[in-house]
Design a protein around this ligand. Structure first.
Ligand code: CS2
Ligand code: MN
Length: 355
């Protein structure tokens, strides 16, 4: 397991690289050029700049999260070919600096969706919260406004420029079914995966978060059955997964440890975090510890250990603790605690294996 840490870039993250450096066992940064709109090729100079910054602290930049996919590709519009060309150019440029894994997602319109970014917990910490009833009763436009006002910094997937066109986007998705989405994903993969293979970059799709339809939009990366189908769309190791335990764990029927065992050779990037999911479909992002949520982190780590996982891993979202001012879900403190929990389990399992 190779531990990496998500950093949103100079001026776009409150956490200095000096501080990430002090978290034990972190070898690289998970990064992206967040200001480049989906669909545009990333400029090589900008990519090299991130590499220079990271290298100053001895970090690698092997893992990119995310190179986002233009909506026209998800919608299967004729203009998609132009955006796929740009995507290919980005892959080629990332290959020039030695990137190994590209994480992306195929969720229409919204990336991760929550109803409250700072929900107070009983111990005084706050965390990302999803309230099922609120989603059903809220106009997406209202939610977008609320999220934009409360997030301190722009969140990936919730960029104001993009969301200005929200009504239009929703109109474009009218009548687009899950089957259509599968077809559009396949079309994209058939063009991209040979390029990724050529440059030895693993493509790693992130599951939908939450793993069910929101606001009536189709979502397909949601369950074991659907992940199996995804892997067969292009049956190639370079067509792989970012297995996010927290995203998938928001559906109590998903057994993430079992997925780790079943898909081990296709998992290139592990997101490991806990959530507490309630019977009514609400969920809150808890600490990483197994007993604090409904995702069995200990079992998941055991599964990764049993399959000799050598890919990249990161703690995923954390709570906001100790009065830290941070991006929602991406503070330093709780993610650092998460890392130490994951290492604790991992080291113990290593020891047990040696004995
Ligand atoms: C989120 C997403 O759960 C997560 O990791 O932070 O924003 C994630 O980065 C994207 O969906 C991946 O494309
Ligand atoms: Mn994730």
């Amino acid at each position: 397991m190779r531990m990496v840490f998500r950093w949103f870039g100079e001026g776009n993250d409150f956490i200095p690289l000096e501080h990430i450096k002090q978290v034990p066992g972190v070898e690289g940064l998970v990064w992206a050029l967040h200001d480049i709109p989906a669909g545009e090729a990333w400029p090589l100079e900008r990519i090299k700049e991130v590499k220079r910054q990271a290298n100053q602290y001895g970090f690698h930049i092997d893992v990119v999260e995310s190179v986002n996919i233009h909506e026209d590709i998800k919608l299967g519009l004729p203009s998609r070919d132009r955006y796929i060309e740009n995507y290919i150019q980005t892959i080629e440029r990332l290959a020039e600096v030695g990137v190994k894994v590209i994480c992306y997602n195929f969720m229409p319109v919204f990336d991760w969706t929550r109803t409250d970014l700072f929900k107070e917990m009983s111990d005084g910490s706050t965390a990302l919260f999803f309230e099922n009833a609120k989603i059903s009763n809220t106009d997406p436009m209202e939610l977008v406004k609320e999220i934009a006002e409360n997030s301190h910094l722009t969140m990936p997937g919730w960029e104001p420029e993009r969301l200005k066109h929200l009504t239009n986007l929703f109109r474009q998705y009218e009548g687009v079914t899950e089957e259509d989405l599968w077809n559009h994903l396949q079309y994209f993969l058939e063009k991209i995966i040979p390029v990724a293979r050529k440059h030895d970059i693993k493509m790693a799709i992130h599951p939908d978060d939450p793993p069910f339809s929101v606001f009536g939009l189709p979502r397909i990366m949601t369950s074991k059955k659907n992940i199996e189908r995804f892997l067969k769309l292009v049956d190639d190791r370079y067509n792989g997964l970012t297995l996010c335990s927290g995203s998938l764990g928001a559906n109590l029927e998903n057994n993430v440890a079992d997925m780790v065992r079943s898909f081990s050779d296709r998992i290139h990037f592990a997101h490991i975090r806990n959530v507490k999911t309630f019977e009514n479909g609400d969920f809150i992002e808890t600490s990483h510890r197994s007993e604090d949520g409904t995702v069995h982190i200990l079992d998941i780590m055991k599964a990764y250990h049993d399959v000799d996982f050598t890919g990249y891993a990161r703690p995923d979202h954390g709570r906001h603790i100790w009065d830290e001012k941070c991006r929602p879900g991406y503070g330093l403190y709780d993610r650092a605690l998460g890392i130490m929990y994951l290492w604790g389990i991992w080291d113990a399992l290593n020891k047990e294996k040696e004995a």
